[in-house]
Design a protein around this ligand. Sequence first.
Ligand SMILES: Cc1cc2nc3c(=O)[nH]c(=O)nc-3n(C[C@H](O)[C@H](O)[C@H](O)COP(=O)(O)O)c2cc1C
Length: 334
Amino acid sequence: MTSIPSVWELTPEQVDGLLATASRAPSLHNSQPWRFHPTARAIELRADPERALPVADPEGRELRMACGAALFNLRLAVQQHGIRPIVTILPDRDDPDLLAVVRHGGSKAPTPEQRRLLTAVPAWRTNRHPYSDEAVAPSDQYALRRAALDEGAWLHIVGEPEQRAALREMVVRAHDIQVADPGYLAELERWTAASEGRRDGVPAAAAGPLPEPQDPWVLRDFTGGKGRTRVPGKDFEKEPMIAVLTSHLSGDAAEVQVGQALQRVLLTATAGGLATSFLSQVVEVSAIRQELRQLIGGTRPPQAVLRIGHGWPVAATPRRESADLLVPERTTST
Ligand SMILES: Cc1cc2nc3c(=O)[nH]c(=O)nc-3n(C[C@H](O)[C@H](O)[C@H](O)COP(=O)(O)O)c2cc1C
């Protein structure tokens, strides 16, 4: 197994901690499509094409978002060591898998907000289970929108009944399109209901209970949980808060950037005691993604759709060891 090197003034053990924090980020089907290359001067973040999901994510958009989320965690972990991270996204046009480079930008103590978000990293989980009917307070909604804005994105909360009805119908249609595709189902099968001992993929226990016809928002939360049934007395909330995360621009760099915003929103929710899950079918089926874009104003590309509310604790999913995340020597560039 490759050993972890030191970076800047940090020991290998501290670098191991940085990579472990980075990889607690969410990724589609827990594919963990990231690799890191710590050098004496910088930490490179690379996409791992072997972990791509070509059916659900043919352009690698969600792969870059997941890497952006890992990048946000990495920034928090670096800040915790009193180092200001300087991030360059897609520094080399001829090397599109090199998604970001993090350099030492001098000494700076972490802010209370950075500490708060870092504390939320190990507590973060995708929660596919029913939430309570308690509404998300306006102050929490504001904090989530602020978090997106602070990373150059926008969180559109879908509140209008007509917009919600249209989105609900899109969710069902996108779900039906995906589950009618044998290629999609085969890919899902490879990555979900992961066997015990596997350090990637979505374990069966992470799936939500079987939704009923009136629960279209959580249709996909069940897909990974083969053989799951309804849990008596545990109904899904009637009107979950649904939010669409949009970016200013399209393209690879915008996707890494919006992944950072996604992670800031998710950690802000976690730190505020809120639970979160994803409804990605509406952004994965490209025709429906266009419809969604029109529905919320037509200008900004939708990148992620989230369900947010007050949930109950769920178990963490596994991650690979830091040493397994290192780039093999032949693909490194610095
Ligand atoms: C871009 C993106 C899209 C995702 N879409 C879905 C989704 O549609 N449904 C779902 O249940 N989980 C979705 N997830 C969550 C992952 O399955 C989850 O992050 C992964 O299994 C690791 O679990 P954790 O988030 O609890 O640590 C998505 C994650 C990312 C980053």
